[in-house]
Design a protein. Structure first.
Length: 109
């Protein structure tokens, strides 16, 4: 079973290769992905890694959580499931927006 791990506290200069080298001792590491801003493509300061062996995942977390890497303290733990977000084109209530102006001023009586 694959364990997804959150790695926070990264510098903007940290690369995928840097993280692969950092976690190289853990042979069951299968994926490294640094989260970037959609617009600027700059790092958002955190990444997700995947480890196939559950015991190795636990050891990785214990080893690196709170450790310094590239001048910053890492926050390493099991990733929480992604929060559910409304579907594209909705405005929180789940219903799609109409084609009209939803923000027109109210009539005064």
């Amino acid at each position: 079973m694959v364990t997804r791990i959150y790695v926070g506290g990264l510098t903007n200069e940290a690369t995928k290769n840097d993280l692969q080298e950092l976690f190289a001792a853990f042979k069951s590491l299968t994926k490294v992905s640094i989260v970037t801003d959609r617009e600027t493509q700059a790092s958002r300061g955190f990444a997700f890694i995947e480890v196939e062996d559950g015991d190795e995942a636990t050891k990785l977390i214990e080893t690196f959580n709170g450790q310094e890497f590239m001048g910053k303290r890492l926050d390493v733990n099991v990733a929480r499931p992604r929060a559910e977000r409304p579907a594209f084109g909705t405005h929180g209530g789940g219903a799609p927006r109409s084609g009209g102006n939803d923000f027109a001023p109210r009539k005064r009586y």
